[in-house]
Design a protein around this ligand. Structure first.
Ligand SMILES: [Zn+2]
Length: 270
């Protein structure tokens, strides 16, 4: 899943590479059950053809392309790769979207588990409702705003994991960076929302900002790649391949709850 650090990295690169370029055509690539086109692949192709890229920006789990004349293209909730290819370069054998530009360059989207591609002319297509959430890297996300999220949370007996990703009030991350944040804050993912004291909430706030800004500065996670196919430089402390804790060298544990496996260190996280 492309989370905020990858979305910001890709968006900045896409803006630099594609700004001002004119789209020749867009079409669906090979079949994929979970490559979704909104409203439809024909409509996406129709909206994109002949448009020029004005800007590309990232927000949450979405990459927004603003086009001229007025139109929008958006890639959201993407688990997969987005690559830009030079003139005449071979495209990846498996891809589910290809956007060709007048100058011979191309963008491909290769979906892993799932991904959304949307386009429209009136306003950006709503693929994910972002209106009720806060950008965790924005200035408006302050320690007191975070305190309020806790105070307003309707299910104080739910696990902190649920607070962070199942009913998120903060946008742009899922299980991957959530684990990093809780590890960095020294808090077990199974702790209830109500059990965190003020000091722990403060540590979690700082961990959210630090993990996301460090990962963004390092070009995203090492298990994802940029538009040139180069991996990011942020190495996650937890994941399926990590056996030992980087802080205490003890064994990392895995627990499946609330719709997915979560890794943690039972010594460093309380
Ligand atoms: Zn540890």
């Amino acid at each position: 899943m492309l989370e905020l650090p990858e979305v910001l990295t890709l968006s900045r690169q896409l803006d630099k590479e594609l700004r001002g370029k004119t789209i020749l055509s867009a079409r669906r690539g090979g079949p994929h059950k979970f490559a979704f086109f909104k409203p439809s692949e024909a409509e996406v192709a129709k909206v994109l053809a002949g448009k020029r890229v004005r800007t590309v920006r990232g927000d949450g789990k979405c990459i927004f392309f603003e086009l001229m004349p007025r139109a929008f293209f958006c890639i959201a909730e993407m688990d997969g790769r987005i690559l830009v290819h030079g003139r005449g370069a071979e495209l990846p054998p498996k891809h589910h979207l290809v956007v060709s530009f007048k100058d011979g360059t191309a963008l491909t989207g290769t979906v892993g588990l799932w991904g959304f591609f949307g386009a429209g002319t009136k306003e950006p297509p709503i693929l994910v409702d972002q209106t009720q959430t806060i950008d965790p890297l924005a200035r408006e996300f302050t320690p007191s705003r975070f305190e309020r999220l806790f105070a307003e949370y309707p299910k104080p007996n739910h696990a902190i994991k649920a607070f962070l990703i199942n009913r998120p009030r903060l946008r742009g991350f899922g299980n991957g960076y959530m684990q990093e944040m809780l590890f960095s804050a020294g808090i077990l993912p199974t702790r209830t929302v109500a059990s965190l004291d003020r000091d722990e909430r403060r540590r979690l706030y700082r961990a959210i900002r630090k993990v996301l800004s460090d990962a963004t500065r390092l070009g995203g996670s090492a298990d994802a790649c940029d538009i040139y196919g180069r991996p990011g430089r942020y190495v996650k402390a937890l994941g399926a391949k990590v056996k030992a804790c980087s802080a205490c060298q003890g064994a990392i544990e895995r627990k499946s709850f609330l719709g997915g496996a979560t890794y943690y260190c039972p010594r460093c996280q309380k």
